[in-house]
Each structure stands twice: as C-alpha cells, then as structure tokens.
Write a protein that binds this ligand. Structure first.
Ligand code: GLN
Length: 490
C-alpha cells in the first residue's frame, strides 16, 4: 500500500511506531495531489511549503516523546475554503473574496494546530456554501473521483473529493443543510455533521448562522470520529457553543448493535428516490437488524415542509450575513465608482455569483415588512414542528436511518438551470440542521459504479450513538474499502 492510501488511523499507528515520518507522509500526499488534482480540481489553494514545515515540526515533537500527543499528530488534512486559516487565502468560493487572506485563525484550526495536524490546503466549495454540487463555485467545478463527468456533491465537494481520491486522509467541511453528508454520500466516504453547538463556528464564514456547523470527512468511521474528537468542544467566542463533555468518539465502538433501537421514517421513501438508492439503503437497514438492532418504523410527519422551511430561513440569514461584503472592509472593491452607494452596488454586482444573488433576494423578501409574518415567522414555527417530530421519534428510537441523498452523483451541468432540482438533492439532510441534531453519511453500496450513502441521525449531542452504529455497520461490510480509479492510477 502506498502512503497516500493510508487512513488517518493507519498512518497514526505507523507514525507512533516510528515506521514512517510525517514528512514522508506529507510528501506522498502532496505528490498524490500533483498526480490527480489536475483532473479532480478539489483544491483552491495548496499550502505545500507550510505543510512540510508543520510535518517536520510534528516529527520533532514525536522524537521528543512528550506526554499527551494527539494520535493525529503529523497527519495531513484539507480545509474547506469557508474556514479561516491565518495567513492563507479564504475565498469561500467567491470572487468577492478573491484576494482575501484571513488575518486570524478559526477555533477548529487552532485545535488542529494544537494536535499537530498538517494543513495541506483549502478546498473548493459552492460560493459561500450555497449549493449541492460545487458548480456554484466562483472558480471552477470539482469533479467526482468515481466519474469525472459527475459532480462530487456540495457544498463541501472539494473536501469530499480530495478524501475520496486519496489526496488526503482527512478534511473539514461545513454543513448548513447537508453540505458534509451529501458530498460524502456522492463520493463514497464518511462525513459527520455534529450537533448544533458541538463545534465552534468561530472563524467559519457565516452562511446561515442558526444552521451552520463544521463537520469531518474520512475514508472510514474511525477517521471521521477521531477528527471530531479533536475539533469538538466549547468555545466562548461562539455564543451558541455548548459547554458539554467531549468524549473520545471511538471509545463507544462495538462490533454489534444489541440493545440499540433504529428508526426508519415512513416519509423517507417518497417519489424521486432512485430505486438503487432505496434498495441499497433498505439492505443496509436489514444488516443493522442482523447486527442486533431493534428496527422500527417511525413517523416524521412534517418532513415535506423541511425544504420550504429551509429555503426561507437559510436565505433570510444569509441576506443579513452577506451584507458585510460591501467593498469597504473585505476583498473586492470598485473604487472607481462615483459614490459610496455605487461602491456597494458594483462590488456586489461583480463579486457575487447568480445563486448567492438569488438567495439574498429571497431572504430579503422573506424578511421585508408585510412578508415577515407570512414567510420568515411562519418558517420559524414550522421549524419548531420539525424539531418536535424528531423529539417524539427519539422517545422510541436511538437513531434514525435512511438515505443521505435521493440519487447518486448527477452529471455536471444536469441541474444548474433548475434550482429546485438542485435543492431537492438535500431533501433528506435539511431537517437535521433545522432540528439541531447530529447526522452522518457512510457508504452502503454502489449503483453503476457510483457510491450510495446511508444517513444516520441522532439526538443532539449524541454523536457517540450514530458513530457506534456506523462503526458496527462498517465492520460488517466492505463498501468503505472500495477506491476509485482515477486517470493515471495503475
Ligand atoms: N445545498 C444546501 C444549500 O444550498 C445546503 C448547503 C450547505 O449545507 N452548506 O443551501
């Protein structure tokens, strides 16, 4: 096996036994990026020199054999370009931040640095995380490693594709309505969206603040769980961060699921779910029962309202959050404009892409006098009903399972002219964010060579449960071991 193919926990074992160094591993990963990223286009910016310097610092730290070394010391990672890394470009996939270098570090980056992970670069995203395919990136579209003509999902498509193509073992993304889980599903890897408040949002550029959460990617459950253990925890700089104990998320892993109740929502098999996806997910649910889980049907009656609710609330919040890009303080500006209003207007006209403009208009409309009660306020009330559905379901079951995405990866260009079709890609993932829950996606099959994702959702702050289910399923199956063959691979 080549070094770039190692999972993070495999690399961690070899590093701790002194069989490889972080510099060797980082070189291998950078060479892999060089080999395949021309075809995949996962990275917006590479931080090769900085990465090698961090790798040799990690090797030095291991040589000194200090106490309390993180198991991920010296392991490479990629960062979605919506997360601030001090001194590095942070474009958010937007032309409006083309030349913006973050002057400060996100809380999660501080944690990665304290643990000694090696930051390889910033990955592509739909502009300000608005999208499901990376086609809304202001720079370029990332290609799915399983089929270069298809999208990797989004918005964290660059991170998911980089991990799936073995360019890096770990990555961070953000998930406002599915942007970690859906690309994980479409790329055949594991993606975890933690509960709202579990991971600090300090330094995550805001899209919809009441829904945004940073999540982890890995090629198996152990990797995604180990990374979550590093980044989770209270931070006073994020006012919605919750001061709750952070367990070692791998500690709860068991080979079986005895005593665990798994709920399957009747509403999750609506029209529009691809038949191969339904078959694979139903087979996975049977497998959970074989592992000892008590599988029951549950009902989430307001499921149909998740999409309209999300597409009122997320744009409303984004229209406020994106007001700061006015050509005065950050990034792009149009100083030739004759007055301040023209600076604002021309900067935003030139800097934002069409989807961002659509969302700002939708959100401004939903918040405007005369429409606020009918749209924004109503959506907030429905959000409560959606949350209550889950509260009730979780009285009967420990976790809820179903498909992550209704389809496998779609073709580049297929949905760009039909925003509603694009929005429907997140139909199964949106309610988790609206309700503040945790959720993950893991591979559970393939259709025509394209990965299918199983979604596991759990109550807020019960990441251990969903990870435990995912781990047991993974132990019993081989889906996570398949890797795509990319141009140039032997
Ligand atoms: N695709 C959804 C949207 O466009 C979710 C994006 C996300 O989770 N960041 O808003």
């Amino acid at each position: 096996m080549e070094l770039h193919e190692l999972t993070a926990h495999e690399a961690s074992d070899l590093l701790s036994r002194g069989e490889i160094t972080s510099v060797e591993l980082t070189r291998a990963v950078l060479a892999r990026i060089e080999q395949v990223d021309g075809a995949i286009k996962a990275y917006l910016s590479l931080l090769a020199e900085e990465a090698l310097a961090q790798a040799s610092a990690a090797d030095e730290k291991r040589r000194q054999k200090g106490d309390g070394l993180s198991p991920l010391l010296g392991v490479p990672i990629a960062i979605k370009d919506l997360i601030c890394v001090s001194g590095a470009p942070t474009t958010c996939g937007s032309r409006i931040l083309e030349n913006f270098y973050s002057p400060y570090e996100a809380a999660v980056i501080e944690k990665l640095r304290a643990a000694g992970l090696v930051i390889t670069g910033k990955t592509n995203t739909d502009e300000f995380a608005m999208g499901s395919s990376t086609e809304n990136s202001g720079y370029f579209t990332t290609h799915n490693p399983w089929d270069l003509e298809r999208v990797p999902g989004g918005s964290s498509g660059g991170s998911a594709a980089a991990v799936a193509a073995s360019m890096v073992p770990l990555a961070l993304g953000s998930d406002t309505g599915g942007s970690v889980r859906q690309p994980a599903a479409l790329c055949g890897i594991v993606g975890v969206k933690p509960s709202y408040g579990r991971v600090s949002r300090y330094g995550l550029v805001a899209y919809a603040s009441s829904l945004d959460q940073i999540g982890t990617f890995g090629r198996d459950v152990t990797d995604a769980a180990m990374l979550l253990t590093v980044i989770a925890g209270y931070d006073r700089r994020d006012s919605t961060s919750v001061d709750a104990h952070v367990p070692d998320y791998t500690a709860a892993f068991r080979p079986d699921l005895r005593g665990l109740r798994v709920g399957v929502p009747a509403e999750y098999w609506a029209e529009g779910v691809q038949s191969e996806v339904e078959d694979a997910v139903r087979a996975a649910i049977d497998q959970l029962a074989d592992l000892g889980a008590d599988v029951r049907e549950v009902s989430l009656p307001h499921t149909d309202y998740a999409l309209p609710t999300y597409y009122l609330l997320a744009p409303a919040e984004c229209s406020a959050n994106l007001a700061r890009y006015d050509g005065i303080r950050y990034g792009l500006s149009t100083p030739e404009a004759p007055d301040i209003w023209e600076v604002y207007r021309q900067t935003r006209e030139r800097g934002f892409g069409p989807e961002v403009k659509r969302r700002i208009m939708l959100g401004t409309f939903a918040l405007s006098t005369g429409y606020y009660d009918a749209y924004y306020l109503k959506a907030q009330k429905v959000r409560t009903l959606i949350k209550q559905d889950f509260d009730r379901a979780f009285e009967d079951v420990d976790v809820i399972v179903g498909p992550t995405s209704p389809t496998t990866a779609f073709r580049i260009g297929e949905k760009v002219d039909d925003p509603l079709q694009m929005y429907l890609s997140d139909i199964y993932t949106l309610s988790c964010n609206l309700a503040g829950l945790c959720g993950l996606s893991q591979p559970c099959g393939y259709a025509d060579g394209l990965p299918i994702g199983l979604q596991i959702q759990g109550p807020a702050f019960e990441e251990e449960k969903i990870l435990r289910v995912a781990y047991a399923y993974e132990q019993a199956t081989d889906w996570h071991k398949r890797r795509p063959t990319i141009a140039g691979d032997a």
